[in-house]
Each structure stands twice: as C-alpha cells, then as structure tokens.
Design a protein around this ligand. Structure first.
Ligand code: GLC
Ligand code: GLC
Length: 814
C-alpha cells in the first residue's frame, strides 16, 4: 500500500490518502510564528513559545488521534450536504484527495460531488500570521450555491492552564468582532498586551465566536449545528470556549473558480496604548489593521508565497548533492535540511508527540541541532549559541533546558546532566568552522543570565571543560550526574516511588557512577577546544587541553574497554554497565560511536573491533539498536532505561539519534560500504517501501524505530523533533560525502560505497561556492584534489583569495 509519493522537483511530499497510519505533519513558519499542520489540516499555532503563547487549541491523544485544527466546511445550499475539503473532520468519501507538504507550506484539498476545493496554508516571512488561501472550483454543469465556514478554536494562551484550569477558564474568554474580523482577547484586560485575530477576505453572511453555539450542545466537529443549518448564529463568547468562524455565501457558475483568504494572526500593542478610546476595554487596532488589509489581498498573498519559495530555494541551494542514490539526494537536498530547520526552531518542544507544554529548549539538544543548521543561517546559530551560553552557570554546569520566551534556565528540571556543558564546545566548534567568526569568542556572556556576570564566550567553553575535570569518579572517568546523553540511564536516581521524575530524582550522592560516554565526549571536546585555543592565541591553554584529552583517552582505554567493545558506564556500586559480564545490557551503542568519533581506538584496532561488535550484536535491518540484550525488568539502579518494555525507546529501541555516530565511526575506519548501508537503513525515503511497517512520515526522521525485542519491530515513533536530523545531516554530508568545514579550509574526504563511480556537490562556504566533483578510480578512500585546475597537497582546500566566489574542485578517489 502507498499513501503518497515524493515530488522532488517541487520539494514536496504528496499524500494521496487521508487515512495515513498516523498523522503526517508539516511545520508552518520558521521565525517567530509557528504552526503544526497535519495532512488533514489538524494541529495548532503559537507565537514563539508553544506553551505560553498558544493561539489555537489542540487536544493531544485525542480520539481520533488527530482532531481539531484549521478547518473549512463547505455546504451545498441546494441539498444541505456538507463536507470538509481536508477530509477531517467530516470524513466524507473524497475524490482526488491530496495533501502537498512543502517547504513551509501545505496544500490540502479534494473534490466532492464535483466541487473542487483546496487550501494553501503558510506563514509569510517576517510576519506573525498565517494565511489560508482557499480555492473553490465548480466542476458541475450547473450553478452551485455554497456556504463556506471557517473554524478554529482559540487557546487561552497558556496551553498548560488552558488544558487544566477550567474553574477559571470557563469564565475568562473574551472576543471582539469588528468589520468581520474576530479578535480573541482573553486576559487582554489584565496583564497581556497581545491578542489574536481571524479575518476573512469576503463579505460575511455571519460569524460565530462561541463554540457551543457553532457546534451545538452534544454535537461534534463532524457536523456543527451552524454548518448543518447553513447559517451562523453571530454568537459572542463570554467565557466558555471562544472560537473563530466566518460564514461566506458563494454562487459559482459552471467552471468558475473563486478564492477566499483567511488570516490568523498574533499582535502586540505597547502597554500604554492597549485600548482605544483610552479608558475603554476595546482593543487598539490601529497598528494591526494595515497588516490585515494587506494580506487579505490576493496579490499580496501570491507575493508572500513566492518570497517564501525563493527563501527556501536559497537555503537549500547552500548544499546540493547529486549521488547515485535517490534517497540520499532527496534527504540531503530537501528534507533533511528542512527538518534541521524545524529541530533548530522547536528543539523538542512542539510536535504531534511533544505537547509544547513539557519541555523548553534543551541545552544538549539545541547545541546538537546547530550542527545541521549552522550552514543555513549562521546569524541565527550565533544568537542561539549566545542564548545557550547565557544560561550556563558559573560552575560551568548547565540547566538542562531553557524557556524560549524568557531565555532563562528552567528551574523545574535544573541541571547536573554531566554531558550538557560539553555540547556547548561542540556547538561553538561547528559554528567557528562554518563561519570563521572568531569574534564570537570575545562576546561578553553572563552566567545564569545575571547582569554583571559577563565573561567572554571563550571562558564559558573553558568552564565547560573544567566542569568535567572537577567531577571525576573512582576510575578518573567523568561522573555521570543525573544522566548523560542517555536521559534514561539514571544511575543516581534509585526511584521506587511512582510518579517521580527519573530526570530530577536523585537519591544517591553521585560520587561513584561514571560515564564512559562522557569520557569519549570529553576527548572530542578537549581536542576541539585545544584547536580553538591555538587559533585564539592561547597556546598555553591549548597544551593543557591536549594533555587533558590524552589523559582521558588513556583512562577510557584502560577502564572503558571491555575486550570487544567500549563499556557504557560504572553504576553506583562501581559495577560495569554495558559489559560482557552483564546478563542484560551487555553492549551499548553510544560509547562505540562517540569514543571512536573522538579518535579512541583508531590507532590500535579497537575501533574496528568495537564496530564489528556493533554489527554483530546491535544492527538490525531497521537500524542499530541502543543496547542488547534489552532489560527485561525494572532495575532500581538503572532508572528509566529499564522502565520501557523491551525494544522501545532507550531500552533497546533503535534510537535513531545515535546511529549516525556509528556511521561516522565507520567512515573513520574507512568502511564506506557499511557506513552507507547503515545510513540507508534509517533513511525515511528509503523506508517508504515498507511504509506499513514504518508508519511515520517517510520524509523526516523519527526519534525511534522499535527494536527487535518489540512486537512492532520496525515501527517508527516520535517523528520530527530528534537529534537524528542534525546528526544524520552531518554524517551524510560531512563524513560519507566527506565535504567538511575545518578551521583552516574545506576538507574533501569522501568515504562512499565502493560501487559508487562518483558524485557531485555544490557547497556554499564562507561566501564561496564550491563546485566539487568526485570520481572514483580505485576502491580506496585516498583523495587527490585539483582545485581550479591546479593539483594541491592533501585534502583540504585552502580559503581562496579575497574576491573569489567560485571554486571548482575535481577530486579522485583511489
Ligand atoms: C531525547 C532527548 C535527548 C536525549 C535522548 C536520549 O531525544 O531530547 O536530550 O539525549 O532523548 O535519551
Ligand atoms: C523521557 C524520554 C527520553 C527523553 C527524556 C527527556 O525520558 O524517554 O527520550 O530524552 O524524557 O527528559
């Protein structure tokens, strides 16, 4: 069975049946105003923070799964039949249903009884609003009289409160309607200076703003009373549930097409100019009216849509590859880059699996998201780095998360995830290699956002490293704290009480349990910081960090090696985790990937040995599992990892995020065939041929694919917001294709399958366009480079002289 196909030319995925196994979603907006939209127009919108500025309401884990969204109803006024062009919520028998998810937009539509209707949804660049452009065509031979109803349900801003605090919420809802524009102003009377508006380009036959009136008591979205009747109630919400619904009557001649535009937007007023006339409770609409008027014009909508298209065209053109594999091309050139934008913007906050309430931006997550995004909009990466660093504590430690709106560290979750600070070094290193903007290291950045505590960013990096050195355990390996990358390996938690958070409960002192993973990560971070220090004129520090890396490398080699693979950790009793001595959880993926990535084992054959163990014990046709054997029961001393049934999530699921670490490790030992094979196993486009098993969107990575111990082995879950996006982008572009920015030049070091005859890449780097064509002569990975016609030594293209904007590179692999 198939649910759709890729349209690579248009950079779209075209869904051709509405009943996908789970909702297949897209993101609207990429700056401040965001929407999530499913293939049946479900989802919600928010401004900056999915929890604190939620514009529209959405009920997670609903029945059906996806209900509530940006709905349009059509009603044939001759016979009263009604339907929704996006299929939900009426679920009529649609002809030629399609949903085209594209770069920052979705177009959803269908034909019903010879009335064709489709809606384009998008957020114009630079605006805090979304546009729905509905096109209706009468394919009948007779004139048709239609009623069109729009409908959204407003969220009372704080999504958490909105979903829980009904004793208050049912009395606070307020609305204004002026010239057909519906203004949602709950809490505007008090401390909010923002409101939402919902406008329509046509003359209205009526409107509704109270949910109960529009839907009718005891009825549902499937058949709202107003739509059934063909007439709005002109209801005004006072408390209860404010909604926005417009009613437009249309007469369409045979063959005629009409366009209707709806706008949903967010607007803020200065505090002292909230009301007009002053002293009243009426929203001051002076500054929002021009925006509304502008985007209700069809020409403006077309312009804005075109501009969005050009914007994405430019972003995607920064890295384009033509390889012998279509799945690689499609993911690299379109969808993986696109997903990196979403993870950069959302971190792990808002998807169809992340409710937008629970988590802000993760410190660790955001630093990794940078890796796949930094080449696209370096200025935003810069800003993010400074924001993240400003939440760092003066101990070098980090809050695990921060809130995007306040940019403050999140006290509920706190810190002591001992890998967190090291990710800042890796994020900054990637930024420096991409941009050469060494000035960022001198930027004054506070600790914990405290004014007066500013120190240069460079010093933050030093403290990050020192944080690990200050917290070494009995084997001189890094103490793990609450958890390292694996949030669920909670070695100091010892929780036996239901409901306690595995991430914040800490019953042990934390002076014993150590992480080999952080050991590997430290080696990488210290090596990067040494390279940065050298170029930043701190040779003495550079020597210190190089020495620290060497010491840790030796420690990992002595105490972190199990004979055939790297150990995972030592628990609170000082016993090994991820060892042949264990009965369950003998081998873990993370240290194999990360220790090798940091260079450990490359000179003594351990890397190859460990990777062979991974292949033997962890690899499945659906990807590489996190550990084996799965934990069959809950272990007090291991925490959340053992709370999952075998095969899911961190308990031996295929946690896609760390597959690319192994892929990169394979390239480091020169094994392009295996690296690429692993890459394809989790490549969503390649998995579309087993979509009934995979079930999630075939155009983006999911966090997890069920491991072999699960009854649903191969089924993906938690699509979109995962570190897999950035890391796979890095793995394929920088390590398999091997086009890698370094501090001193652009490296060309492909480790591609032996069967590939070659490939081409266009890569924009520091203002220069590199046209690289790679041809294979032999079976190996040795590279010879001819740059602008001249053969050069080694595999790093030096930065060209000023004024040169195009460089042509011919590489041969021997
Ligand atoms: C989730 C978290 C990430 C963590 C991973 C493994 O993806 O967002 O921070 O590293 O799970 O537990
Ligand atoms: C849960 C998830 C894990 C995630 C963590 C973040 O434990 O299973 O994947 O990293 O929450 O706090």
């Amino acid at each position: 069975m198939t649910y759709g196909h890729f349209d690579d030319k248009k950079c779209e995925y075209v869904i051709t049946r509405p009943d996908t196994p789970v909702p297949w979603i897209n993101y609207l907006g990429c700056e401040a105003y965001f929407g999530i939209i499913s293939n049946t127009a479900g989802g919600y919108s928010f401004y900056r923070d999915a929890r604190l500025r939620r514009l529209t309401r959405y009920r997670y884990n609903n029945v059906p799964f996806d209900l509530g969204g940006r709905y349009i109803y059509l009603r044939d006024n001759a016979d009263g039949s009604l339907w929704s062009p996006s299929w939900q919520p009426t679920r009529h028998e649609a002809e030629d249903y399609s949903c085209r998810h594209g770069m920052g937009y979705s177009i959803i539509g269908s034909t019903y009884r010879r009335i064709k209707a489709e809606t384009l949804y998008f957020v114009p660049l630079g605006e805090n609003l979304e546009i729905w452009r509905l096109k209706i065509t009468n394919l009948r031979r007779k004139t048709v009289r239609l009623s069109v109803f729009s409908c959204i349900e407003f969220c009372l801003w704080d999504a958490q409160d909105d979903a829980t605090n009904f004793q208050r919420n049912f009395s606070t809802g307020e609305i204004e309607v002026e010239h057909g524009v519906i203004y949602h102003k709950t809490e505007y009377r008090e401390r909010r200076n923002h409101f939402a508006y919902f406008a329509c380009s046509e003359k209205l036959a009526g409107y509704d703003t109270q949910r109960e009136a529009f839907v009718g008591a005891y009825r549902s979205w499937e058949r709202p009373a107003a739509v059934e009747k063909g007439k709005s109630f002109n209801s005004h919400a006072h408390g209860w549930a404010p909604i926005g619904s417009h009613h437009v009557r249309l007469t369409l001649q045979p063959g005629e097409t009409r366009e209707i535009t709806f706008l949903l937007g967010y607007h803020e007023n200065p505090h002292d100019r909230k009301f007009v006339p002053p002293g009243s409770q009426t929203i001051n609409k002076e500054s929002v009216r021009p925006t509304i008027a502008r985007y209700l014009q069809s020409a403006e909508v077309n312009n804005a849509f075109e501009t969005l298209g050009q914007y994405w065209h430019r972003l995607l053109s920064l890295f384009q590859a033509i390889t012998p594999d279509k799945h690689t091309n499609r993911m690299v050139n379109i969808w993986n880059a696109y997903q990196c934008m979403a993870t950069f913007n959302m971190s792990r906050s808002a998807s169809f699996y992340e409710s937008g309430i629970g988590r802000g931006l993760g410190f660790r997550d955001s630093n990794q998201d940078l890796l796949g995004f930094v080449h696209m909009i370096p200025e935003r990466a810069r800003e993010r780095i400074l924001d993240l660093a400003a939440t760092q504590l003066d101990t070098g430690g980090a809050y695990h998360q921060y809130q995007p709106l306040t940019k403050r560290g999140n006290n509920d979750i706190g810190g002591n995830f001992n890998d967190d600070p090291l990710w800042l070094i890796l994020g900054v290193a990637a930024y420096l290699k991409e941009t050469g903007d060494w000035g960022i290291l001198d930027e004054p950045v506070p600790y914990d956002n405290l004014a007066g505590s500013e120190h240069p960013l460079y010093e933050h990096l030093e403290r990050s490293l020192q944080y690990t050195l200050d917290r070494l355990g009995p084997h001189a390996l890094p103490l793990i704290g609450r958890a390292d990358w694996n949030d669920c390996l909670n070695l100091n938690c010892f929780s036996d009480t239901p409901g306690q958070s595995f991430q914040t409960t800490t019953n042990k002192e934390g002076k014993v349990a150590e992480s080999v993973f952080i050991g590997g990560m430290f080696v990488l971070a210290a090596t990067e910081l040494a390279a940065i220090a050298t170029r930043h004129g701190r040779r003495e520090s550079a020597r210190k960090y190089t020495a620290a890396a060497a010491t840790m490398r030796a420690t990992v080699s002595t105490h972190g090696w199990d004979g055939e693979w790297f150990l995972r950790a030592y628990d609170d009793y000082g016993r090994k985790i991820g060892s042949k001595e264990c009965t369950e959880g003998k081998i873990f993926i993370e240290p194999q990937g990360f220790c090798i990535l940091s260079g450990i084992g490359l000179d003594d054959g351990r890397a190859e040995t460990a990777l062979d163990s991974v292949q033997r014990m962890l690899a499945t046709p659906h990807g590489i599992m996190l550990q084996q054997p799965a934990y069959s029961q809950y272990y007090l001393h291991l925490g959340e990892i053992s709370s999952y049934p075998p095969g899911y999530k961190e308990n031996a699921g295929i946690f896609c995020h760390n597959n690319p670490w192994v892929i990169i490790a394979e390239t480091l030992v020169g094994n392009g065939d295996r690296a690429f094979d692993y890459y394809l196993r989790i490549n969503p486009s390649a998995r579309s041929k087993i979509i009934e098993r995979h079930r999630c969107e075939p155009y983006v990575y999911a966090q997890m694919i069920a491991g072999k111990d699960a009854p649903t082995h191969g089924e993906a879950k938690n699509s979109w917001l995962t570190g897999t996006a950035a890391w796979n982008y890095v793995a394929i572009t920088q390590w398999i294709l091997g086009i890698r920015p370094t501090y001193d030049g652009l490296m060309v070091a492909p480790v591609v399958p032996t069967a590939w005859k070659g490939f081409n890449v266009t890569r924009m780097w520091q203002g220069v366009q590199y046209e690289i064509s790679v041809a294979r002569r032999g079976k190996g990975n040795t590279v010879r480079l001819v740059v602008d016609g001249r053969q050069i030594e080694g595999n790093v293209i030096p930065k060209p002289a000023a004024g040169i904007h195009r460089v042509s590179v011919k590489a041969t692999l021997e």
